[in-house]
Each structure stands twice: as C-alpha cells, then as structure tokens.
Design a binder for this molecule. Structure first.
Ligand SMILES: O=C(O)C(=O)C[C@]1(C(=O)O)C=C[C@@H](O)C=C1
Length: 361
C-alpha cells in the first residue's frame, strides 16, 4: 500500500522515493491465507475465480494490526555479512521470527529487496563510536526503498582466534572497519599492531578459521566464535561500553505513519547556494518545535563540484551537499507535513526516506 506523505492539499505530495520499488508478485496458484476462506476455482485462463460472495467468504476488513510492521513470520530479511554478523542480530531483533538472507555487499541487500528475493533489508546507518556508515546514506538515495523501522543494537565485540592461540602471539586484528574503529584503543593496548579491514565481522572470523591463521585475531561477536569454532580471547573489547549501532529496516513500500506512538521521519534534501540557506531549512522545523535527532551531509554525487572561473564571475568553488535529517515527528502529523511543505518551497531537492516507529528499547 503506498501512502502519500503529501503536505496540505495546497501543494503536490512530496516524493517518497518514487513510490517504492514494486515487483511483479511471484506467480502462484495458491491464494493468500486470508482469501483461502473463499473457495476458488481456476478459470480457463488459470486465474482464480472467486466463488459466490456469501458474507462468510468476504475478506475481513483490514485492522491496524494488519498494517503494523510484521514480526517476521516467514519474512525474508536481507543483511550484509555472514551468519554471526551484528547485522544478522539486528535483523533478528527487528523481525524475531524471520529468515535471514546474508548478502555480500550492502548494495546486494538493497537489490535483494527490489528483486523480491527478500522482503526487507536491515542495514547499519550509524554507530555511537564510529559515526555514520556513509555508504548506506548514499545507497538510500540511489535506491527507491523506504525506511519502515529502526533498530538499535548494543554491539559487544570479542577478540577471536584459532584454538590455542595466545594474545601475546597476535600481530594483526581483522574485522569490518567500523568494528576496528570501535576497538582501536583496546587493540593497541593489547599490543596488536596491524589492522586488516574486511567486509564484515563474522566474515573475518570465518576467514581466520578457514585459513587457520595463528597470528591474526578477528573482532566479532561471541556467536561468530561459536559458528566458526574460535576461542574467545577477550570480551567487550569496544573502547566504550555503551557501543550502539543503529540499523534501518527497509521495504519496497512505506508504512502508514501514525501519531499514537513515537515516530521518526527521515528526509534528504539539497539547497541553493547562499548565506542562510541551511539556517532557513532548519528554521522550518525549529519554528514548529520539531526536534532533529540527526543531520548528515554528503557530497551530491551528480553535482559534486561547481568550479569558478579565474575572474570569479561565478560562485567560488564549492561542493554541492545533500542533507540527511531525522525528525522526531510522524508524517501523520500535520505540523510535520506543513514543515516539509515549507521546506519544499525553496529546497532544490527533497525526498522523504521514511516515517517509522522510533526504537525506544
Ligand atoms: O560486520 C558486521 O558484523 C556488521 O554487522 C557491520 C557493522 C557495521 O557496518 O557497522 C555493524 C555493526 C557494528 O558496528 C560493526 C559492523
């Protein structure tokens, strides 16, 4: 179901990312469970023909529970990494009874949802120590999925090595760059000098086990140690005990925003060059008492640079930036809609990436 997150009738709806990446529903002759109360028969064309529509067989009206983000029964959820990655743990926290789908790269997870190979993707956006995962901000714009939820995961890194390896014999630590950054001080204190960045933490554990490395340890989860048969030489090695990564849950269609629980709305916009433009943009929220919880600026890949000529007859050389902002507001709130309608009047580009429940856990 596509929901317009349009501002008041006075202006056209604000694009929500191209209406979502639709996919041809998989061909099937078995009707969805809810419709199975109607006995159907296949017509000559093979398409199901509804039986007589007696009251019992009519589909029951949708309830708000039907429109809630599902808990995950039978849901396929794509994540980047190998089994045992923190992204997998985040997917399980978001959709407890889902089937996780490991993907080689972040972009593969986006493509899996767009191609209907998976129903959702769960990808890291930022970490409390390492900051934003810029790759995923850029991918949000390049793809047309919608943020339908967020999940915050406490990340507890362990130092993993092959059976019998001692910390003293370690020369190198291998993991995802974010994980290495989160444990930099501890690794240095342990005398581990070298760092080897790989695509994910569990992938590092898997590689060390397969190659039976004796001088390299993985920074990964305790589950990865169990999955790949490694010893845990140290636990909670992150430099700050309060190490949280925020993941986003992505879907082909947006959810229906509500106001009966805390919601966030994530947007991305760009502005004309000039003094006060960003101040004006932030003012549309400040004047309506809408709190911003995050702001990230990224180079506008399509217009990365405007170059001035020697006599400076045009604006000086500078980069065009995209601004990603998280609002503490639901798109069901007219106040938030008015703010975005106001921003749309002078932003050169504006897209709502999603309006979704805040993870208050
Ligand atoms: O490599 C993993 O296990 C991941 O889930 C990736 C990732 C990340 O990209 O930040 C996720 C959580 C942690 O911050 C460390 C790594």
């Amino acid at each position: 179901m596509v929901v317009s997150t349009s501002s008041p009738a006075s202006s056209p709806p604000i694009p929500t990312g191209g209406g979502g990446a639709r996919c041809r529903p998989p061909l099937t002759l078995s009707m969805p469970a809810r419709a199975s109360r109607r006995s159907v028969s296949a017509s000559a064309s093979g398409m199901p023909v509804p039986a007589s529509r007696d009251p019992i067989s009519l589909p029951r009206p949708l309830t708000s529970a039907d429109l809630m983000e599902p808990t995950g029964d039978g849901l396929k959820v794509a994540y980047q990494g190998c089994p045992g990655a923190y992204s997998e743990a985040a997917a399980k926290k978001a959709y407890p009874s889902c089937q996780t789908v490991p993907c080689e790269y972040f972009e593969t997870a986006f493509q899996a949802v767009e191609a209907c190979v998976a129903d959702r993707a769960v990808l890291p956006l930022e970490n409390s120590l390492g900051g934003s995962i810029h790759r995923n901000y850029d991918l949000l714009l390049r793809h047309r999925l919608h943020i339908v939820g967020e999940v915050r995961l406490a990340v507890r890194h362990c130092l993993l090595a092959n059976r019998g390896v001692k910390i003293e014999s370690l020369r190198s630590a291998m993991s995802h760059p974010q994980a290495l950054a989160q444990c930099e001080q501890t690794l240095t204190k342990l005398g581990i000098e070298h760092r080897e960045a790989v695509d994910d933490t569990a992938g590092a554990a898997k590689l060390i086990a397969e190659q039976k490395l004796q001088d390299t340890a993985a920074v990964a989860s305790s589950l990865a140690a169990e999955l790949y048969g490694l010893d845990i030489l140290a636990e909670n090695i992150q430099d700050d005990s309060d190490n949280v990564t925020r993941f986003m849950m992505l879907a082909r269609e947006p959810i229906i925003p509500r106001t009966d629980k805390p919601f966030k709305t994530s947007i991305v916009f760009s502005l004309e060059e000039g003094p006060g433009q960003l101040f004006k943009a932030l003012a549309v929220f400040a004047l309506r008492k809408i709190n911003l919880t995050k702001m990230e600026s990224r180079p506008h890949k399509k217009r990365p640079l405007r170059v001035a000529d020697d006599n400076c007859s045009v604006p000086l050389k500078h980069f065009d930036y995209l601004f990603y902002v998280d609002l503490e507001a639901s798109m069901a709130d007219p106040n938030a809609q008015n703010a975005l309608g106001n921003l749309k009047e002078f932003a050169t580009f504006l897209r709502v990436l999603g309006s979704y429940p805040t993870d208050v856990s």
